[in-house]
Design a protein around this ligand. Structure first.
Ligand SMILES: [Fe+2]
Ligand SMILES: [Fe+2]
Length: 176
């Protein structure tokens, strides 16, 4: 049984993950409009990952027999100054989420809720990877901002779909 305090905070985090989903959809659409299909595909894929994060948290709460209330989300940024801006925003977002994930983990430990602590460990690893990916992408996009094809080439070569992660928590509805 998950601690009540942890369950409430995890329910808040579901909203943060859906907000990240919306933001990445907005980034994808921006690159799609600029005819940067690789960057667009990368952000559409990132958006789906964020949606899955939210639904992993939904599944965890369902399994813990806790009531889930899907939170509303604020509108994402839809306009950007240049092609670097969405990636900078994405990196900031991933760093913010990493802090939220760490705080959730600390809360689980404070509450002696070690099952929830263990559930959070996958997300800690995920945030390390996402920050590294976005940080590298920001370097490339900043360096090549006047060479769109070089950016597209990099994304195509380095940031393809990595497929399923067998260690990932279950996504609610995935087997439905
Ligand atoms: Fe996420
Ligand atoms: Fe993320």
């Amino acid at each position: 049984m998950a601690s009540q305090k942890f369950a409430e905070q995890l329910n808040v985090q579901i909203g943060n993950e859906f907000a990240a989903h919306h933001q990445y959809v907005a980034c994808a659409i921006y690159y799609d409009a600029l005819t940067m299909p690789r960057m667009a595909a990368f952000f559409y894929r990132q958006a789906l990952e964020e949606r899955d994060h939210a639904m992993m948290m939904v599944q965890y709460l369902i399994d813990a027999d806790v009531d889930v209330a899907i939170p509303g989300v604020e509108a994402p940024s839809n306009t950007f100054d240049d092609i670097v801006a969405p990636v900078r925003l994405a990196l900031d977002q991933e760093k913010r989420v990493a802090t939220q994930i760490n705080e959730l983990t600390a809360l689980a430990r404070d509450e002696h809720d070690y099952a929830s602590d263990q559930f959070m460990q996958w997300f800690i690893k995920e945030q390390v990877e996402e920050i590294a990916t976005m940080s590298d992408l920001l370097t490339v996009v900043t360096r090549a901002q006047h060479d769109v094809e070089a950016i597209e080439e990099y994304v195509d070569r380095e940031l393809g779909d990595v497929g399923d992660d067998a260690t990932a928590p279950s996504v609610a509805g995935a087997d439905a």
